[in-house]
Write a protein that binds this ligand. Structure first.
Ligand SMILES: [Mn+2]
Length: 318
């Protein structure tokens, strides 16, 4: 029976799937997000990596504390699930440790796991090292280029997963496909930085300039950039807040999509996910969270956005 590896559409998703693919000779991949995995046709033959557990799947490999807790909340014992799950820096690490005692693994998997650990936890010691042209950064930063469509990105991710399975990181990063994507990425990144530089602001109440605000709600298009690039322009800020229009069926609504992240170099003990949940706007993790501010009119949304920004400022100063 053919089995598919359902995995997260990010670097750790590809890395963990590469290790599982090597060991179990499964060569079919399907990329998903933590939200849409629940809508996928996962069968009893399938394997899930780096995503929430789906009842009845054959094997599950994960490292997210929230997913393991969610399982317990459902009355399931994580130790009884086939595969491996534990809190770790990456799903790649979990899968590697699971197969190591019983399989002969290529030496280059050690570097792959190390890379997944760093990329997935943003374990960098400077903005420069986060942006540096290292093999792991190049591969991670070229997963999506030029706002590629989901099918195009999935196609690339399947290719990347097979390459990571069959070759060392350096060789994959040096390939023509990756080098061409990287050249494009450097151009768009530079444009994104210039764009954020023009657009970013601080609210007047934020005297210490702690929260870089990137407000895209007055734009007629939805820019797609990594908001953490705000730190290139404001390296001493502690948080980055991105605001954008919520689009429904191709039309702008009065609702605002908000997402907030901590400066990865100076993480505080604030729990952004809990904060967003308490405001009943959304949720997330300690270091990054998001949600939607719903409003019926332009004025209401301006007022609610201002309230939200003051609440956030209060919270981070509390
Ligand atoms: Mn992961």
């Amino acid at each position: 029976m053919t089995s598919t590896i359902f995995t997260h559409c990010d670097f750790d998703g590809a890395a963990s799937a590469a290790i599982v693919s090597y060991c179990l000779k499964t060569d079919q991949f399907h990329f998903a997000t933590p939200n849409n995995i629940f809508k996928q046709a996962v069968s009893v033959h399938d394997i899930i990596c780096d995503l929430p557990y789906i009842s009845g799947c054959r094997l599950w490999f994960d490292h997210h504390a929230t997913n393991i807790q969610e399982l317990k909340d459902r009355g399931l014992n994580p130790e009884n699930i086939e595969g491996a799950n534990r809190i770790a820096p990456s799903a790649a690490q979990v899968a590697y440790d699971f197969f190591l005692p019983t399989h002969e693994l290529p030496d280059y998997f050690k570097d792959l796991v190390k890379a997944a650990n760093i990329v997935d936890t943003m374990d960098y010691d400077s903005i420069e090292s986060w942006l540096a042209a290292t093999p792991m950064n190049i591969l991670n930063d070229t997963i999506n280029i030029n706002s590629e469509s989901y099918p195009a990105m999935s196609y690339h991710l399947s290719w990347l997963t097979r390459q990571l399975r069959d070759e060392p990181l350096e060789a994959v990063a040096a390939s023509d496909i990756i080098q061409s994507r990287w050249a494009q990425k450097l151009v768009t990144r530079q444009k994104d930085i210039e764009f954020i530089e023009k657009l970013h602001s601080f609210i007047p109440e934020d005297k210490d300039r702690q929260i870089v605000v990137i407000d895209c709600s007055n734009l007629s298009f939805a820019p797609k950039f990594n908001k953490t690039l705000g730190l290139v322009i404001q390296p001493t800020a502690q948080y980055i807040l991105l605001i954008a229009n919520e689009v429904s069926y191709g039309r702008k609504t009065n609702n605002l999509k908000i997402s907030v992240a901590k400066n990865f170099l100076t993480p505080s003990d604030k729990q952004l996910g809990v904060f967003m949940e308490e405001l009943k706007l959304g949720g997330g993790h300690d270091n990054a969270a998001g949600g939607v501010i719903s409003s019926g009119s332009k004025n209401e949304r301006l007022r609610k956005l201002k309230d939200f920004q003051l609440d956030l400022l209060d919270y981070i100063n509390s």
